[in-house]
Ligand binder design. Structure first.
Ligand code: UGA
Length: 415
C-alpha cells in the first residue's frame, strides 16, 4: 500500500519504519527540515530501541512537501498533541495537518483514507478533523474515508509493540474506511476491534488512564504497607497471580511520568469537566502521583539537611532505556532540590543531553561520582544501578533497586 505518515516524531517514525518493513511504500512528511534531511541521510533523529537499525534496513523517504502525499492510498496523522494550561489536549498540530491534507485532497482524484493516530479527546475526529477535510470540497464516504487508529506503543519497546500488538482498534467513519485499515494489519496475528470514531478515541484515553490508575493504586497500597512494615512487592506478586488483576504495572515506586500517561489523564479530566462531570478518581490518581515525588524529598529530609548538601540523582529519563525526559520524575525532584538549596549531581545512561536543556547548571557526572554525594536518590530502575557499590551511603530509593539495600541508610519510598 502507498502510505504517507504525517509527523516524523517518535510515533510517526516507528509507524513508518514498521509499515515499510511489512511491505508498504512509505513517505514520511515533517515540517522540520532537519528531521527530513536526517531521515533521508539514513540517520534516525530520535532514540528508540531497534529503530535506527530498522530505518537502515527498510526504504523510507521523507519530505516537507505535503503535495507529495497525492499518490497515497492511506494518510496517517501522527503529529504530537500537548497539554494546554487547563490540562485539555491541544490539537493544533492535528488541525494544521488536516488543513494541509485538505489542500491536497482538492487535487486528488482517487479515493484515500485519512487516519488519525495522534491521541485526541473523544469527538475530535468528528468535530474538528472531518469538517476541515470537507472544506476541500471532496465528499467523505465517496472521495475519502476517515479512521481513528490509536497507537499503543511504549517507548523503548515501540518497534516490538508495533510488530506484535496486543490489539488493533479501528475506529471507522464507515466500513469502506475501516477495510483499508484492516487490510494494513492483515499480516499481523492480532485481535481487531472495529468500532466508531469516538469509541476508538476513548479506548486510547481510558487505557492510559487505567494504567496510570493501576500505578497510583499500588503506590497507595505501598504507602500503607510501608507504615505497617509489609513488603508491597510481595503483596503485588500475590495480587498479580489473579488473572483479573494481572502482574504488570504493579511496580510501586515514585510514580509515572512521560509524554503520555500524565497528559492523557489530564486531558480526560479536562474533557469530563467541560461536560460538567467531576472526575474524582482520575484527579486523585494525578494528585497521588504528584505527592509521591514530594514524599521522596520528605524521606530524604529525615536524613540530611538539604541546604548546601550534595544530592546525587540516578536516573533522569521518565523510565529506563530512553533519553526522553518529558514530565520525568527527575524534573520535579531536581527543581525542588535546587529550590531548597541543595547541590545536585546527576547521572543517566542516555538522557543527560536532554535533561541538560532543562537544567543547564547542575553537575552531570559519571555514576560512580554520584555515589560520593551526601545522599543518593534513585529515580529510574536502570539495570546498571544494580552494579554499584552503595556500602556506607545514604540512599532513598524510588524504584526498588535491590543492590541499594546494602547502603548504610536505605529507605524505599513505599517499602
Ligand atoms: C504509555 C503506555 O504504556 C502505552 O501503551 C501508550 O501507547 C503510550 O503511553 C502512549 O500513549 O503513547 P509510555 O509513556 O512509553 O507508554 O510509558 P510506560 O511504560 O507506560 O511508563 C509510564 C510511566 O509509568 C513511567 O514513568 C514508568 O516508570 C511508570 N511505571 C510503569 C510505574 O511507575 N510503575 C509501573 O508498574 C509501570
Amino acid at each position: 500500500m502507498r502510505i504517507s505518515v504525517i509527523g516524523a516524531g517518535y510515533v510517526g517514525l516507528v509507524t513508518g519504519a514498521c509499515l515499510a518493513k511489512l511491505g508498504n511504500k512509505v513517505l514520511l512528511i515533517d515540517i522540520n527540515e532537519g528531521t527530513v534531511q536526517a531521515i533521508n541521510n539514513g540517520i534516525c533523529p530520535v532514540y528508540e530501541e531497534g529503530l535506527a537499525e530498522l530505518l537502515r534496513q527498510v526504504k523510507v523517504e521523507a519530505s516537507s512537501d505535503y503535495r507529495r502525499i497525492i499518490e497515497s492510498e492511506l494518510i496517517l496523522i501522527c503529529v504530537g498533541t500537548i497539554s494546554s494550561k487547563d490540562g485539555a489536549i491541544s490539537v493544533g498540530q492535528v488541525e494544521e495537518a488536516a488543513k494541509q491534507i485538505a489542500e491536497v485532497l482538492k487535487e486528488k482524484e482517487d479515493y484515500c483514507v485519512i487516519c488519525v493516530k495522534s491521541t485526541v479527546t473523544p469527538g475530535t475526529t468528528e468535530e474538528v478533523v472531518i469538517p476541515i477535510l470537507e472544506k476541500s470540497g471532496r465528499r467523505i464516504g465517496t472521495d475519502f474515508g476517515v479512521c481513528l487508529n490509536p497507537e499503543f506503543l511504549s517507548e523503548a519497546k515501540a518497534v516490538r509493540d508495533f510488530l506484535n500488538p496486543a490489539r488493533v482498534i479501528i475506529g471507522e467513519y464507515d466500513e469502506r474506511s475501516g477495510d483499508m485499515l484492516l487490510n494494513l494489519h492483515k499480516n499481523l496475528d492480532v485481535p481487531v476491534l472495529r468500532t466508531d470514531l469516538r469509541i476508538a478515541e476513548m479506548i486510547k484515553l481510558a487505557s492510559n488512564a487505567f494504567l496510570a490508575t493501576k500505578i497510583s493504586f499500588i503506590n497507595e497500597i505501598g504507602n500503607i504497607c510501608k507504615q505497617l512494615g509489609i513488603d508491597v512487592y510481595e503483596v503485588a506478586k500475590g495480587m498479580g497471580l489473579d488473572e483479573r488483576i494481572g502482574s504488570k504495572f504493579l511496580n510501586a515506586g515514585i510514580g509515572f511520568g512521560g509524554s503520555c500517561l500524565p497528559k492523557d489523564l489530564r486531558g480526560l479530566c479536562a474533557r469530563a469537566r467541560e461536560i460538567g462531570y467531576e472526575p474524582k478518581l482520575l484527579q486523585e490518581v494525578l494528585n497521588l502521583n504528584d505527592e509521591q515525588a514530594s514524599k521522596l524529598i520528605e524521606l530524604l529530609k529525615k536524613h540530611i539537611t538539604l541546604k548546601q548538601a550534595t544530592v546525587g540523582i540516578l536516573g533522569l529519563a521518565f523510565k529506563p532505556e530512553t533519553d526522553d525526559v518529558r514530565d520525568s520524575r527527575a524534573t520535579k525532584i531536581v527543581k525542588t532540590l535546587l529550590e531548597e538549596g541543595a547541590i545536585v549531581k546527576a547521572y543517566d545512561p542516555m538522557a543527560v543531553e536532554n535533561f541538560r536543556k532543562l537544567f543547564p547548571r547542575i553537575d552531570y557526572v559519571p555514576k560512580e561520582e554520584v555515589l560520593n554525594c551526601h545522599a543518593i536518590l534513585i529515580l529510574t530502575e536502570c539495570q546498571e544501578f544494580n552494579d554499584l557499590d552503595y556500602k556506607g551511603k545514604i540512599v532513598i530509593d524510588g524504584r526498588r533497586i535491590e543492590k541499594a539495600r546494602e547502603a548504610q541508610i536505605y529507605e524505599g519510598i513505599c517499602w
